[in-house]
Design a protein around this ligand. Structure first.
Ligand SMILES: [Fe+2]
Ligand SMILES: [Fe+2]
Length: 213
């Protein structure tokens, strides 16, 4: 019996944002070679799992706070649903890193309680500034996370292709979140330039700290 061809949509990353969703154009990123000396060490893998767990943990809490602000307010049902959908996808990412941390006996960052408060504050604060500011937050956070995953994917491509493949799937979803935010007018947020720069700097600092402690 002939095998039916896969539906065309199966080749495209599932954004979950419907047929009008348009991904942003992206310039090719330079391939970063694995850093010599870090090799296949367990320590480096633990660092990667710890920082990725922290990032997903923060993402869940940002979207959770944003959803909570918008939910139940007149005219905000659509954005509350958007934030809820992204929170659900981040929760899947987080669950995967929790499972890996447990299986490999890697401790989460000691900063977890701080990141929880910071993420809830960032999510609630940007949502209270309005829908566009909430989307600007998504754009900034997701742009840092996707770059961070891209660096790890090129680092791991040869020595840990299974983890690299998982990170690639997660990165595709982060890119869809980023592009959706841009499509929803993130760049029209009041004070967009400053807001975006501050959030990105905070995310980059949190990444550096979470890798180490
Ligand atoms: Fe994620
Ligand atoms: Fe995301």
């Amino acid at each position: 019996m002939p095998v039916p061809p896969a539906p065309e949509s199966a080749a495209e990353p599932a954004s979950g944002f419907g047929p009008d969703f348009e991904p942003c154009e992206r310039a090719a990123r330079p391939v970063r070679l694995p850093r010599p000396g870090l090799g296949a060490s367990r320590r480096r893998r633990a660092e990667i799992l710890r920082v990725d767990h922290a990032g997903e943990y923060a993402a869940v809490h940002i979207y959770r706070a944003q959803r909570a602000v918008f939910e139940g307010r007149a005219g905000k049902a659509a954005i509350a649903a958007d934030m809820g959908e992204m929170q659900g996808q981040e929760a899947v990412h987080l669950a995967r890193f929790e499972a890996l941390l447990n299986a490999e006996r890697v401790r989460p960052t000691v900063m977890t309680p701080i990141w929880r408060l910071a993420a809830l504050g960032l999510g609630a604060g940007t949502a209270l500034l309005g829908e566009k500011a909430a989307h600007a937050c998504t754009e900034a956070v997701e742009s840092v996370i996707e770059e961070h995953y891209a660096d790890q994917i090129s680092e791991l491509a040869d020595r840990d292709p299974d983890l690299a493949a998982e990170l690639t799937r997660f990165r595709d979803e982060e890119l869809a979140h980023h592009d959706h935010a841009v499509g929803q007018g993130s760049r029209d947020a009041p004070g967009y330039g400053l807001l975006s720069a501050v959030i990105k700097a905070g995310c980059r600092a949190a990444i550096k700290i979470s890798e180490r402690v």
